[in-house]
Write a protein that binds this ligand. Structure first.
Ligand SMILES: NC(=O)c1ccc[n+]([C@@H]2O[C@H](COP(=O)([O-])OP(=O)(O)OC[C@H]3O[C@@H](n4cnc5c(N)ncnc54)[C@H](OP(=O)(O)O)[C@@H]3O)[C@@H](O)[C@H]2O)c1
Length: 295
């Protein structure tokens, strides 16, 4: 079997078109413009690239966007004051502080300071709790993007054996939680693997849907995958540099071999990646609507 490619680029474009249309209606009917503020400390190239992508997407969709770039030695108190100002700014519906933060900053304190109503990353414990009890306002963006890829590719999760490799707070744990909910696009039986899992291949081979977020190139080889499985590769690993100086990226799955066994597979790049920023935009639109009491 050769797998069908799930194009995150195409699904993301489809969702962005829907968001753009809703933003236009929100403006025309209610005079509301969704506003997203991003805060970045320092010049870490990956973080600068993420923030630039978020700012660009916000502008393209007709959002109000505010970008705050700070030196990496900015004191904790100043970051807290900025978060507090954004929490109280009615033009801003979503506040995103780019992590990881420099070592002298207490990251937990900063993330806890974001008003949960403006927590469009979905990382505040209040929103994590709402997700776990099945009453989410904002789902974390990468896992929400994975669920949309499954739904929009017509993949049945109801009753499916889902195996997640990785248990981070930003991918593994939330996607496991989302897919086990008693809800549309969920209702799966979920197993989560990590570095202490005994015989990981025993679990991955049972998976109807295998979601891999380990951050290790070729963590999943073809012998670990069931014939006809759906494989979602979240990993983004820099495995080299092109002659023009661009990073060469690979996922966590041995793509060329696994695609011969899977029924569906996401590529890297162009799979899960484009969905993350798109779901951030979706959450910001939702925040604007929730603030205005619009369903
Ligand atoms: N496309 C996107 O938008 C997007 C967004 C977020 C992350 N990512 C990518 O996804 C990957 C994972 O990110 P993350 O933040 O979740 O990483 P992380 O915090 O480093 O967590 C990795 C998880 O994988 C587990 N793991 C690592 N190697 C393993 C192995 N050989 N067998 C079994 N489990 C293993 C770890 O287990 P332990 O807990 O036991 O250490 C850990 O739970 C990274 O490549 C990252 O760049 C992509």
């Amino acid at each position: 079997m050769t797998a069908k490619l799930i194009s995150g680029t195409e699904v993301a474009a489809q969702i962005r078109a829907e968001i753009k249309q809703e933003v236009e209606q929100l403006k025309a009917k209610h005079n509301i413009v969704p506003g997203l503020a991003t805060v970045l400390l320092g010049l870490d190239p990956a973080s600068v690239s993420y923030i630039t992508g978020k700012e660009k997407a916000a502008k393209e969709l007709g959002f109000y966007s505010e970008r705050i770039d700070l030196p990496d030695n900015t004191p904790q108190q100043e970051v807290m004051a900025i978060v507090n100002r954004l929490n109280n700014d009615p033009k801003i519906h979503g506040v995103l502080v780019q992590v990881p933060l420099p070592k002298h900053i207490n990251e937990t304190e900063v993330l806890l300071a974001i008003d949960p109503k403006k927590d469009v990353d979905g990382f505040h414990p209040f929103n994590v709790g709402k997700m776990v009890i099945g009453e989410p306002d904002y789902l974390p963006c990468t896992p929400a993007g994975i669920q949309q890829l499954l739904i929009r590719s017509g993949i049945q999760t109801d009753g499916a054996e889902v195996v997640v490799v990785g248990r981070s707070n930003i991918v593994g744990k939330p996607i496991a939680n989302i897919l086990l909910q008693k809800a549309k696009g969920a209702n799966a039986t979920v197993t989560v693997c990590h570095t202490r899992t005994k015989d990981m291949a025993f679990h991955t081979r049972r998976a109807d849907i295998l979601i891999v977020a380990a951050g290790r190139p070729k963590a999943i080889t073809a012998d670990m995958v069931k014939e006809g499985a759906v494989v979602i590769d979240v990993g983004v690993n820099r495995i080299g540099m092109s002659k023009s100086g661009k990073a060469i990226l690979a996922g966590d799955v041995d793509f060329d071999a696994v695609k011969e066994k899977a029924s569906f597979i996401t590529p890297v790049p162009g799979g899960v990646g484009p969905m993350t920023i798109t779901m951030l935009m979706q959450n910001t639109l939702k925040a604007a609507k929730l603030t205005a009491g619009i369903k």
